[in-house]
Design a protein around this ligand. Sequence first.
Ligand code: NAD
Length: 337
Amino acid sequence: DAEVEGAPAAARERHAELAELAEEANWRYYVLDSPTVSDAQYDGWMGELRELEQEHPDLRTPDSPTQKVGAPISTEFAAVDHLQRMESLDNAFDEADLIGWQARAERLAEADPGPYLCELKIDGLAVALLYEKGRLVRAATRGDGRTGEDVTPNVRTVKGVPHRLKGADVPDLVEVRGEVFLPVEGFRRLNEQLMDVGRPPFANPRNSAAGSLRQKDPRVTAQRPLRMIVHGVGKWEGAEPPVTQSQMYDRLQGLGLPVSDRYRVVRSLDEIREFIGYYNEHRHDPEYEIDGVVVKVDRVTVQRQLGSTSKAPRWAIAFKYPPEEVTTKLRDIQVGV
Ligand code: NAD
């Protein structure tokens, strides 16, 4: 009847409308480093898109924003293909989402997927470093996950990123992924400097890091106090790869890469909750801004077994903290580039 036929049309229209809003936001966020809506608003649109697609699976086409990572790259930079796809993370906004994630992992692994590694979700921008025979030969942004922007000269200026790996057992080739960020203090100072010369400040540390790294002139990047923390690997060749996420961090640290020590390997959901609760209370202890906690299955064999969806690993989940007042207020002011 008319009502049954009318509902999909309305759903299709709403879906198209939300998809357009999300694409526009992606472009402003990833390409211009200058978002005009809050992350909470954006996450709301994405949630509604996913619900619509759940109800009407024909709306879930490969070009839907729910199926894609990031955004196409800027023409300001050369394009580089990642050796292994860079993914996003699925989000959990509450306890039920977290329980759902763990239950699904348990079902797919047909066993207890634990232990888990809990760590901080750094609000920076994702960058991949490629080391060949221990030398940093390339650095790229995530882009759409397959193709990123070549930012090698810029990343070479980031303090703490080794140009050469150290140690006896250096892999022939390794892709290392991590987050480039501006420490909160550096962000404050940069915004003061920008405002002193009459330029608009950045909305938040994430945008200031992305805007600082993605400069045509790497000398500008060199003046910004950027840092990096690594939290994953892609392709790994020519040395025995680590068997757990936590061992991988020890290994990466041994190679001279900057790794966070704010992580904990836990066995149970209760302990995951405890970690999330602790950093909810101590959100400003780290020198960088965090927007949540990432929970990863620690064992690489189980990670492989769980695999990935079209855009995110099933073996990890990002628990997002609710947005803070100050960030929302800052977002109301004009955003700098
Ligand atoms: P995401 O930021 O939610 O999560 C994925 C990213 O987290 C990874 O790429 C990785 O680099 C990073 N990350 C940080 N710490 C990590 C750790 N310890 N381990 C693993 N990964 C870690 O996803 P996304 O796809 O980059 O972006 C989507 C989010 O970006 C949205 O939820 C929204 O908050 C924001 N966004 C906002 C707008 C806007 O207009 N305001 C537009 C687009 C996206």
